[in-house]
Design a protein around this ligand. Structure first.
Ligand code: NAP
Length: 262
């Protein structure tokens, strides 16, 4: 069977555990023949990500807290010292305090959510772009993970919805800025999936239930489906796609009011 990412190197940020969407993406990229470089945030996660990386046969595991410019600089210095070439980069990172409504969110909490969940894509894109092949050799693909709360009010998603709106706008501007270098920038808007980050959304289980009753496919999103969409965007099959928000959510985003009967 052909391997869609054979000969390509991918940097994946955001593998935290087996439930992480980034882990599913890393599994799919390995299946398709990509050489992986993974990052982790802080010493707390080092061992877990190293263990997962070993299972995935990752080429390298490097530290990177995306809120620290010095860590991004260290990452690029390490890549430079190896003469690394990156064909794709997956940004699967978010953090915010979702315990308050947007109206009650403090300046600090708003800033943290925006910094970690939106600005970090800009910082990462700037850091990795010089490692992507020149345009005549195909350029590269950068992708991030978003959610419906960027454009619709989803109860309890709160400040993360605002951050995802900024993230999606950043995808479009970055796609325009980097397009002349044939670097494509896209987001996958995933349906609700039970992960550690998702636990920060109050009554998250209601979102999972709603998808089963309301989404056109009448089921939840499987992380493997998100991962296969990521393979498409990273591969040559996605070569004409940039600045796009690709929904992988069992169709949930097209629905208006929920049905009263199932
Ligand atoms: P996850 O496993 O908790 O992944 C979130 C990742 O962000 C973790 O690896 C976390 O690292 C990392 N992170 C947070 N702050 C960071 C920082 N300062 N520097 C570097 N890494 C940092 O949860 P997930 O659901 O897979 O989330 C991945 C992405 O998918 C997020 O953007 C999320 O918003 C998006 N998404 C999720 C869903 C869903 O329903 N699960 C739906 C749509 C979109 P630590 O573990 O070390 O903190």
């Amino acid at each position: 069977m052909s391997q869609l990412l054979s000969g390509k190197t991918a940097l994946i940020l955001g593998v935290s555990n087996r439930w992480s969407l980034a882990y599913a993406i890393a599994q799919a990229f390995t299946r398709e023949g990509a050489k992986l470089i993974l990052t982790y945030q802080g010493d707390r996660q080092k061992r877990t990500v190293e263990e997962l990386g070993a299972e995935l046969k990752a080429h390298q595991i490097l530290p990177c807290d995306v809120t620290k410019d010095e860590e991004l600089t260290r990452l690029t210095e390490e890549l430079k010292s190896q003469g690394a070439v990156l064909h794709s980069v997956v940004h699967s990172i978010a953090f915010g305090d979702l315990s308050k409504t947007v109206a009650q969110t403090s300046r600090d909490a708003f800033g943290v959510a925006m910094d970690v969940s939106a600005y970090s894509l800009v910082a990462v894109a700037r850091a990795v772009a010089p490692f992507m092949p020149p345009k005549e050799q195909g350029g590269g693909s950068i992708m991030t993970l978003s959610y419906l709360g960027a454009t619709r009010v989803v109860e309890n998603y709160n400040v993360m919805g605002v951050a995802k709106a900024a993230l999606e706008a950043s995808v479009r501007y970055l796609a325009s800025d980097l397009g002349p270098s044939n670097i494509r920038v896209n987001a996958i808007s995933a349906g609700a999936v039970k992960t550690v980050s998702a636990r920060g959304v109050r009554d998250f289980s209601k979102l999972l239930e709603a998808a089963v009753h309301v989404s056109p496919l009448r089921r939840n999103t499987d992380p493997a489906e998100v991962a296969d969409a990521a393979v498409f965007l990273a591969s040559d099959l996605g070569r004409g796609v940039t600045g796009n928000i690709l929904f992988v959510d069992a169709g949930m985003q097209i629905m208006g009011f929920a049905r009263s009967e199932q």
